[in-house]
Ligand binder design. Structure first.
Ligand SMILES: Nc1ncnc2c1ncn2[C@@H]1O[C@H](COP(=O)(O)OP(=O)(O)OP(=O)(O)O)[C@@H](O)[C@H]1O
Ligand SMILES: [Mg+2]
Length: 267
């Protein structure tokens, strides 16, 4: 290797920076919005790491700032104080599937691949394998209105996975689904997470869902949102939402959540 090549390589490595030991790191993050009586503090001094490959659920009462926090991690908004770092650009999935209705399921996914710069010749195959991963083999040509709610969320998941980000941010993605479909999608998400080694930060106000999915549940208090408690969930996957250990821990967390809600006078 010539000295020039060594220098080029060293520069490339320096530009790449040292490998980080987190998928996301929030360091003393606060966020205020302008309100009627001045600045309204929504998130107060939140420090939180998501480790590579970790599945964390962020749980809290309605309005406590969960979506605000997720939007900050996504880079859609900036914190008023503190810093947020992610290892690469996160992929996002919301409660509403946000698919383009004039495109087929397959074309919605291909669009994400195109935006990522995947060459045209490779997109179709990649899309088919993503559809297979979310158990939607054969749905390539289906239009969005031909798909059930659960299928739409699967396409949205496939589209998020098409971004090949190491970090998936999910904001109540299954909240609008019926209980049985949600159950199936919990299984699917757990399987995809296990197969891909993704890091996931999943927002919900559903305690059982939080316990069903996560390795760690982080409870946010309200007004302002602060990290109130954390639980490690040491129950082997795949879990079922009605498993006794899931129900037991959910009860404990629900009590803590009720406590938070009572402290802030919400119902
Ligand atoms: N762009 C904004 N401008 C002003 N206030 C905002 C803005 N975005 C959020 N808020 C306020 O911040 C608070 C937290 O909102 P956020 O949507 O993050 O809550 P949430 O925990 O996601 O609630 P839910 O469970 O209902 O989705 C609310 O009081 C909301 O009104
Ligand atoms: Mg929200």
């Amino acid at each position: 290797m010539s000295p020039q090549e060594v220098t080029t390589m060293a520069t490339t490595l320096a530009e790449a920076g040292p490998a980080v030991d987190y998928a996301a790191r929030l360091d003393h993050v606060s966020k205020s919005f302008p309100g009627p009586g001045g600045q309204q503090l929504v998130l107060d001094d939140i420090s939180l790491d998501v480790a590579p490959g970790e599945f964390v659920t962020l749980l809290g009462a309605s309005g406590c700032g969960k979506s605000t926090l997720l939007n900050l991690v996504a880079g859609l908004d900036r914190p008023s104080a503190g810093s947020i770092d992610t290892d690469g650009r996160p992929a996002l999935m919301f409660q509403e599937h946000a698919l383009f209705p004039w495109l087929t399921a397959g074309k919605n996914i291909e669009l994400a691949l195109r935006l990522r710069g995947v060459p045209k010749g490779e997109r179709r195959d990649k899309t088919e394998s993503l559809l297979e991963l979310v158990r939607l083999k054969g749905a390539y040509g289906k239009r969005v209105h031909e798909l059930s709610g659960g299928m739409r969320q699967r396409v949205a998941l496939a589209r998020a996975l098409a971004q090949e980000s190491g970090l998936l941010l999910m904001d109540e993605p299954f909240a609008a689904l019926d209980a049985i479909t949600r159950d199936v999608l919990h299984d699917e998400l757990t399987r995809v997470w296990t197969e891909t080694g993704l890091s996931v930060l999943f927002v919900t106000h559903n305690v059982r869902e939080a316990v069903r999915l996560a390795q760690r549940v982080v409870l946010l208090s309200s007004r302002p949102g602060k990290v109130a408690h954390e639980w490690a969930v040491d129950i082997p996957q795949p879990r079922r939402i009605e498993d006794a250990p899931v129900a037991e821990l959910s009860l404990e967390i629900t009590e803590a959540l009720r406590g938070e809600i009572r402290r802030h006078g919400q119902h």
